[in-house]
Design a protein around this ligand. Structure first.
Ligand SMILES: Cc1cc2nc3c(=O)[nH]c(=O)nc-3n(C[C@H](O)[C@H](O)[C@H](O)COP(=O)(O)O)c2cc1C
Length: 229
């Protein structure tokens, strides 16, 4: 199916009317196509003035310069670096990763039987990190399989990943008010279970292609969260 046709299918099924976009958690509604002027969406400083180690987990298979969600991640990272934080980015879509097999060899306290990029490159960084940022395109109203693969592998170090700060950056084509509901509910449940402190979220609806997210106010919102940590 041609690219635009498949996107139209989502558009139709998602009940999208006018290109209204929605900044969830930010108390902000704006029209896409014009650059909105968002109020600061961040929850304020969660770092207590300390320079933090932040791990950003990208999961889009699109090239970096075409991806809508990686655009948000890059804007967030620029903000965080400007505030003195260190950012490590993991590319879950292009690294070698394996889904959890549920073998329980780790006993929820590692090591994992897989010696892939999650275990060797990402896990040590996550254990040391102060903050984890989950970045995803919306796939069938949830997170991408690429990101879920990483999240399920939290299992091998569950207790060592507790108590961190977190954020969610997501993009979607549709803009109905329920577009991000399931993803947001999952994220909130994860935050609760892991005992994380949510530092903010950008739920960029109506942003199915790069030009739309670039023209929206969601990039500014992501950068503001990063700069306000
Ligand atoms: C497999 C797949 C599933 C998708 N599912 C949804 C969906 O459920 N709702 C939606 O609004 N957009 C959906 N989309 C559109 C993407 O979320 C959207 O194009 C997003 O901006 C892509 O982000 P990226 O460029 O960072 O990968 C889907 C796209 C793909 C490829």
């Amino acid at each position: 199916m041609p690219k635009e046709m498949s996107r139209r299918a989502f558009l139709k099924l998602g009940g999208m009317g006018a290109m209204t976009v929605f900044l969830s958690g930010c108390g902000l509604t704006a029209l896409s196509g014009t650059k909105s002027a968002p109020e600061p969406p961040a929850k304020g400083s969660v770092s207590g003035g300390k320079a933090m180690n932040i791990v950003v987990i990208n999961s889009s298979p699109h090239p970096k310069n075409e991806s809508t969600s990686i655009y948000l991640a890059d804007r967030f990272s620029a903000g965080a670096r400007s505030a003195g934080h260190t950012v490590f980015t993991f590319d879950a879509a292009n690294e070698e990763t394996h889904p959890c097999r549920g073998c329980d060899e780790c006993g929820m306290d590692g090591p994992c039987i897989f010696k892939d990029a999650i275990e060797t490159k990402l896990m040590p960084r996550m254990i040391e990190a102060d903050m984890l940022v989950l970045v995803t395109p919306l796939y069938y109203y949830g997170m991408s399989a690429q990101l879920k693969t990483v999240v399920d592998r939290f299992y091998s170090r569950t207790s060592r990943l507790r108590g961190k700060k977190s954020a969610l950056l997501a993009t979607a084509y549709n803009s109905a008010d329920w577009t991000m509901a399931a993803l947001e509910a999952h994220y909130d449940t994860l935050v609760r279970y892991m005992g994380w402190a949510d530092a903010g979220r950008v739920l960029a609806v109506g942003c199915g292609v790069r030009s739309l997210v670039e023209r929206s106010g969601f990039g500014d919102a992501a950068q503001t969260i990063g700069a306000s940590l």
